[in-house]
Design a protein around this ligand. Sequence first.
Ligand code: GDP
Length: 466
Amino acid sequence: MTNGNSAIPGRNVVVVGTQWGDEGKGKLVDWLTESAQGVVRFQGGHNAGHTLVINGVKTALHLIPSGIMRPGVKCYVGNGVVLSVGKLLEEIGGLEAAQVEVRSRLRVSEACPLILPFHAALDVAREAAKEKAGTDKIGTTGRGIGPAYEDKVARRALRVQDLKYPERFAAKLRDLIAYYNTQLAALDAAQVDWSMVPWLKDQPLSVFVEKGQVQFDPLLAQVLQQAEQLRPMIADVSRELNDANRTGANLLFEGAQGTLLDIDHGTYPFVTSSNCVAGNAAAGSGVGPGLLHYVLGITKAYCTRVGGGPFPTELDWQTEGTPGWHMATVGAEKGVTTGRSRRCGWFDAALLKRSAQVNGLTGLCITKLDVLDGLAELKLCVGYQLDGERVDILPMGADEIARCEPIYETLPGWSDSSVGVTRYEDLPRHAQQYLRRIEETTGVPIHVISTSPDRDHTILLRHPFQ
Ligand code: GDP
């Protein structure tokens, strides 16, 4: 769906998760990519995890935009992403093994801060120290994303562009390692058993960490070798995106995580280290906000959350036969990146109001509606009791949210199947009623509905690229 006229600039769409991530963005991004010539990641790192099902085959991507699965589409990693070059090369290798051409189509911003093994080491050592002290863990994925963002804000990060100058890189790396080794020593990292970290099995940290201290020589050698492979893909992504758009390319900005995990607007401190909201599609890639023409909020028909943090509409999702258990099992609610079970709960319209507000949502895409098939009744949260007062929008910050008592409306469920339905009028009558109520209570129109993991099982009411 290019406009076919290179004198007319392309149309750009931002896709964001409106809840706590795992809303099913991967399927929608893949589907929307049919209408785009470029797909852009603008925040997060390899802690994201999209699952795509293409021709019945499941593929998980953590860093590379899922648009890579479509020949001819360009993929961009914007400056807002923190980059592990090792993980990127691993992902490229996996795609190439599946006959997907990557290197000529992937552009990586020279302004991306790098994630290096000592970032992961600090993440793991901090969580281990918290566990030892019996204090609350943040529940990070242990991949070094948080420490890499800390370095960026503290202006000491190594960035992709440093890789172009090995001597400069080596000098900065030496300083940064010295800084990290002080931190690791303070956390008694020599006592950490790195082999206990599941995701480290395939890339042992012990190669770089000896007695809790990061070793300069093996690390430098590895990074410089990786840099050689990355070099042809390093680009001024901001410039390339602006040029492409000016000459007619439609761009799709692919958010990772979800709005309630946003560092500013989420359930702080149980959040991720970056801004996940739509506005960061501009800052995190180097286009002006005026180029973000449409914001699609991907919204699960119920709620899920991985890891710790408040969740007002949470249900018991472990007891067989309960609605929460139904969501967890029928919805297969397990994390792609971590394999952790997701907590499940009723749809929260008051939370969605917050999301709509901070993202400027143009339309909603409701996913996993089919998972609710067979529930006798559904509850929908329309506000909360907080300290004796009624509030109709999710408050800011974890402490307030933890004190919220949800106020529910009850709606009838449906027993007919909605799996694979592609026309709105073919949905069960009560499913239509549920969707209408979501629109009324959130104040955002529904433009797309997903009724199975398959990309063709989608109801289109308004196309974001038109
Ligand atoms: P993302 O990170 O937001 O892309 O979400 P995930 O990929 O972690 O989780 C979405 C999961 O739900 C994937 O396994 C999808 O294949 C699946 N999925 C997406 N849309 C639908 C849908 O409409 N119905 C069902 N049943 N599953 C879906």
